[in-house]
Each structure stands twice: as structure tokens, then as C-alpha cells.
Design a protein around this ligand. Sequence first.
Ligand SMILES: Cc1cc2nc3c(=O)[nH]c(=O)nc-3n(C[C@H](O)[C@H](O)[C@H](O)COP(=O)(O)OP(=O)(O)OC[C@H]3O[C@@H](n4cnc5c(N)ncnc54)[C@H](O)[C@@H]3O)c2cc1C
Ligand code: FES
Length: 374
Amino acid sequence: MSRGALAVPRGGGDETMMNAEVEEMEDTAVCEVDVRSVTVRFSDGVEHAFPVRPDQTILAAAKEHDVRLVHQCLTGSCGTCVTRVASGKVRMSTARGTSLLPSEAAEGFRLTCTSFCDSDAVLQFDYPSSVLDEPGPARCTAEVADAAWVASNVVRLTLRLPKDAGLEFRSGQYVRVQVPGTEEWRSYSMASTVADLPELVLLLRVLDAGVMSDYLRSRARAGDLIELEGPFGMFYLREAKGQHIMIAGGTGLAPMLGMLEDIRMRAGRKPKVLLSFGCASEDNLFYVDELDVRAAWLPGLKVKVAVANPGEAYRGLVGNPVEVISAADISDPATAVAYLCGPPPMIESARAHLERLGVLPENIHAEHFSASAA
Ligand SMILES: Cc1cc2nc3c(=O)[nH]c(=O)nc-3n(C[C@H](O)[C@H](O)[C@H](O)COP(=O)(O)OP(=O)(O)OC[C@H]3O[C@@H](n4cnc5c(N)ncnc54)[C@H](O)[C@@H]3O)c2cc1C
Ligand code: FES
């Protein structure tokens, strides 16, 4: 497996933002009695405890006490810094937006970059402490090798990275790219694997209006230069023997493609995989033949492709990629591990549906394509 650079950003704007936030919080004098103790617990059992003042986010306090936690935007929009509260009262700032879904907040998930402690607390992180020793994100200038429409609203962008780019990633993670000719950055999941480097493939949904969408629709050409940084995110394959359930809405298919390839290349017995992929209409569908090929390569892979609003001639599955999954599709919910990717409402309904079918909440991993994580 590649050494996915999941951890603390090195240098650049994010680090500056972090320091600014810490300093801002330090200006306020706080009575010592209000200081809470937070224990962070990683999936490999490693724990660290540190004090958190009531006016300080958990992430800022961790940084002050040299405890490293994975993060990226620091503004509540990317979801990378997510944790689950095992005990204690942890409140998320209402002053800032959040990429957490209401159901996730209700289940005890919190974003450490916007959360404060109202009591001593124990926080469980869904990754081993060892990822914090991996290299940080790299930054480079990539060249557009190809920009091809693969559906009425989807462009496949193939980027060529310089040989010394230093980008290593785990399938499922995302990069940030600067929209050419603008100061705007957008996040995209890798649809290719680290083995495909120096080529990197992204699948981008083209909206009616949007900075990246406008670039793709009107100006994107082979030879364009694009600033890129990454990888980011904690959406990657976990070591699990149970059935893998992947639910992808539209371009949410991108990270699943890399993950499927990783499973195929893995030595030894491969898990059963159910991939449910859905689009709004038939002309939005893409990569259907590609998925047939993947199923032929990976005999344990079952693919369901669904269209929500099909035309009369359509003969396939009708519905969204969540509702077409039934109890019969899941062999053993207690050991199944799920990966969800797409727009936030799809993630919300997928999480609820899978939990109803018996999949354990801690075995459900999600990447939201939220709009605000520019
Ligand atoms: C971690 C992460 C990974 C992502 N990976 C992918 C990916 O692999 N493929 C992909 O296509 N997108 C992905 N996205 C979404 C992507 O980052 C952009 O938000 C999206 O491409 C729109 O950018 P834009 O510049 O065209 O529109 P913007 O200029 O950002 O937005 C213009 C308008 O459209 C609305 N809008 C923005 N994004 C969306 C959206 N996704 N759905 C509905 N309305 C929206 C905005 O509210 C605004 O009104 C990801 C987002 C995150 C946070
Ligand atoms: S770092 Fe907390 S949501 Fe992005």
C-alpha cells in the first residue's frame, strides 16, 4: 500500500490558518478550573491526553500540545478532522458551517477544528496513529493531458504530474486543484491509483454554474497548467474481511474505482464487494462498460447501476443507489464495511438505510462532496 499522506499539512496556507487560530484563542485569559482534559484515541490503541481551554478548539489545543491530528481546511468544510465522541460533552461551533450531516452529529461525530469541550472527553479516531508519521501533502504544477466528456454532465480530467511531484496517496483520498485563471481551489477524489502516476484521473461533475464547471465547459484544453496539492482525507480502504459495500452517487464513483483496483491487486483472498452506482438520468450515466470489465476482473464484485428518472426505453434498475440495496444484498451486516461517496443527502440516506439493514455505524465510512470545501 502506498504511504498515503494523510496528516498535518506542511507549510502553506493551512498551517498559517492554524497558527492564526491558535494565537487568536490565546488572547483570552481563562480560569484554570475551566480547563478540560481530552484524551484522543487512535484505532491502533495509541492515546494522548492534553488540556483544552473552553475558548479553544480541540484541534488548536492539540497543536499547542504537540499532538498531531489529521486535518485540512480548518473551517469545518472538508470533514477531514472528524472524530467520534466516546465520552464527554463536545460542542460544535454554530458560528461556522459544518460538513457534518445531522445524523452524524446525532451519532456523536464532531469536527475537531470547530469543536469545544464542555467537559473532560475521550475522542475516538478512525485511523491509526502511524498515519501521522507519513509524509504531508505535496504541491506541484500538473498539466492537463486530456479533458473528455464521459456523460452529459461529467468530464474526465487526466492530469500529468511532474516526475518529482512527490505525490503519494491511498485510493479514496482527494486532491485540491486550483481552477486555472482563478484564485479558487476545489477538491476532487482520485479515480486512478498511485500505480498510474504520473497520470492522475479525476471525474468532475459539471454544474450549470460554478467556477470549475465554467472552466471545464468553456476553456479546459490539453496543455493547461493546474496547481495541485494533496493528498487529503481519511476515505480509504480499511483492513476488513467482511463484505465491502460501496454506494456512489454520480462522480462519487471516482474514489470507488481506485479502491476496486486496490482490492483486485491485493494478494490473497478478496472480500465480496457490492457496488451500487446511481445517476439522476440515463444521459448522466458513465463508466458502465468500465464497471462490467471490473466485475469480470474481480469475480467477487457485484455491480448495481440505477437511474432515478429514466426515459421510457430504459430497462435497467430504477431508483437511487441507496434504495436499490436490499437485505438480500448484504451477506453478513455485522461484519460488512461500507464506503459512501456523493452528495450529502445521499450519504445521509445511505447511512440510515445501511444501519436499518444492520451495518454497524462504526463500519460506515463516508466522503461528502460538499460544495463549501473550496
Ligand atoms: C472531499 C471532496 C471531494 C470531492 N470530490 C469530487 C469529485 O471527485 N468529483 C466532483 O465532481 N466533485 C467533487 N467534489 C465537489 C467539488 O469540490 C466542487 O464542489 C464541485 O465540483 C463544484 O465546483 P464548481 O467550482 O463548479 O462550483 P462552485 O463555484 O463551487 O459552486 C457554484 C454553485 O453550485 C453549488 N454547488 C457547488 N458544488 C455543488 C455540488 N457538488 N452539488 C450541487 N451544487 C453544488 C454551489 O452552492 C454554488 O451555488 C468534492 C468535494 C469534496 C469536499
Ligand atoms: S479540517 Fe476540520 S473540517 Fe476541514
